[in-house]
Design a protein around this ligand. Structure first.
Ligand SMILES: *Cc1c(COP(=O)(O)O)cnc(C)c1O
Length: 431
């Protein structure tokens, strides 16, 4: 049989990881998964259901990674499994339009205040990359502004000062990106409104920063961006790949009452399958091919399995669901915060609705520099392994948010908090 089998035919995480590293750089298809910043061997998932992932060694974890956002209903939700299997039996990709593309576009546009048209793509990276091109095409301007610690996928012009895995690797950007590719990217500190000029096509922002841990927008920040963009005729782009359809029904625009000119979505909208989307007003979207001169395309865009899964997910995400999701995040926040407090461990758990973060520090970071100091102080890796040893999987990196799903019940929260109490006791500063 395969070379990954042990003599007894058992697969272990160690053996799989060793083989994976021979075949795939770092053994993973996305860097954060390699456990680089926390050390140790990643668990190889065999299956998952609801709030749990099971590894190939038969160990079960309460999962707060949840695919970094897409599994908002919990893993293998019956409605999503059914939608995908039904769709698969009808063919997996056609290269021709389908009704579900119309239905999901309609669903998204009805939910998000100000959104008039969308285009589907296959990842968040693709969504932001395409939206930036559109913004440049629509304005005739070249420069873009992004914020340090915000992550917008791995396209060349947006990796600079990126959060998430880029930050975790201690990279300021990436090798292989030419100076020319970033010459038109201006990086500004998060939570401070930059002064723009007429060269700026678009300001791209995570309305809640969720890739440098969780950093909420300061009061007035998003409003200030809106006003500054209006003053100078630049477009404002909300990268809602995490916040979209997770924060609330209408995403950040509804939550904060600030309407951007453009949106990017991903993660939740594919129901766990590869999908992203970008959208704007009719006027701006009219610049996109085949209507206008900004080219963008995709063989698997609007894929029938992804749209079926996305529609199924969306049909479970009503106002009541967001209330429940927020309550779950809140009870986790309360329980874990108290556990850290009781043990005398300096920790803050910022929360915006159902979005939750964790920093081992006294004061809540408001921008990338302070977020980095907190993320890189070495405490998170001890927390992470303490929890993993007790059957609770947080993201293997301090720059990621904590993702709860609708499948996380009181029993899982209670077990997580109990584990956290034990780990917090171990984290207590040496006396
Ligand atoms: C995950 C993420 C992306 C990139 O999406 P992929 O599907 O991983 O390409 C872009 N922006 C934000 C805010 C994200 O969290």
């Amino acid at each position: 049989m395969s070379g990954t089998d042990t003599p007894r035919g058992e697969k272990t995480n160690e053996i799989l990881f060793e083989r994976a590293r021979e075949l795939i750089p770092g053994g993973v298809n996305s860097p954060v998964r390699a456990f680089g910043s926390v050390g140790g061997t990643p668990y190889f998932v065999e299956h998952a259901e609801g709030p749990f992932v099971h590894d190939v060694e038969g160990r079960c974890y309460i999962d707060y990674v949840q695919s970094y956002g897409p599994s908002i209903l919990g893993h293998a939700h019956p409605a999503i499994v059914e939608a995908i299997t039904t769709a698969a039996a009808k063919g997996t990709s056609y290269g021709a339009p389908t009704e579900n593309e119309v239905l999901i576009a309609d669903e998204m546009i009805r939910r998000v205040p100000g959104l008039e048209m969308i285009r589907l793509v296959s990842s968040g990276t693709e969504a932001v990359m395409s939206a930036i091109r559109l913004a440049r095409g629509a304005t005739g301007r070249h420069k873009i502004v992004k914020f340090a610690g915000n992550y917008h996928g791995h396209s060349d012009s947006l990796l600079v000062a990126g959060g998430s895995g880029v930050a975790q690797q201690g990279l300021v950007g990436s090798e292989g990106v030419t100076p020319g590719a970033v010459a038109d990217t201006i990086v500004a500190p998060y939570n401070r409104v930059p002064v723009l000029d007429e060269t700026i096509a678009v300001v791209v922002v995570e309305p809640v920063a969720a890739n440098m841990g969780l950093v909420a927008p300061a009061p007035g920040f998003l409003e200030g961006l809106r006003a500054e963009c209006d003053r100078i005729g630049s477009l404002l782009l909300f990268d809602e790949v995490i916040t979209g359809f997770r924060l609330c029904r209408g995403g950040a625009a509804e939550w904060f009452g600030v309407i951007p000119d453009m949106w990017c979505f991903g993660k939740v909208i594919g129901g766990g399958l590869p999908m992203g989307a970008f959208g704007s007003s009719r006027e701006i979207m009219a610049h996109l091919a085949p209507l206008g001169g900004v080219y963008q395309a995709g063989t698997l865009s609007g894929n029938p399995l992804a749209t079926a899964a996305g529609l199924a997910a969306m049909s479970h995400l009503d106002t009541d669901a967001y209330g429940r999701l927020t309550a779950i995040a809140e009870s986790l926040q309360e329980g874990m915060s108290k556990a850290f407090d009781d043990a005398g461990v300096a920790a803050v758990m910022p929360r915006v609705g159902p979005l939750l973060g964790l920093f081992f520090t006294d004061t809540e970071p408001t921008e990338f520099d302070s977020a980095k100091l907190a993320a890189d102080n070495g405490v998170y890796r001890r927390f992470f392994h303490g929890m993993l040893d007790r059957g609770v999987a947080f993201a293997p990196g301090a720059y990621e948010a904590i993702f709860v799903s609708l499948a996380h019940g009181p029993a899982e929260i209670e077990a997580t908090v109990a584990a956290c109490r034990e780990v917090a006791a171990e984290l207590r500063p040496q006396d």
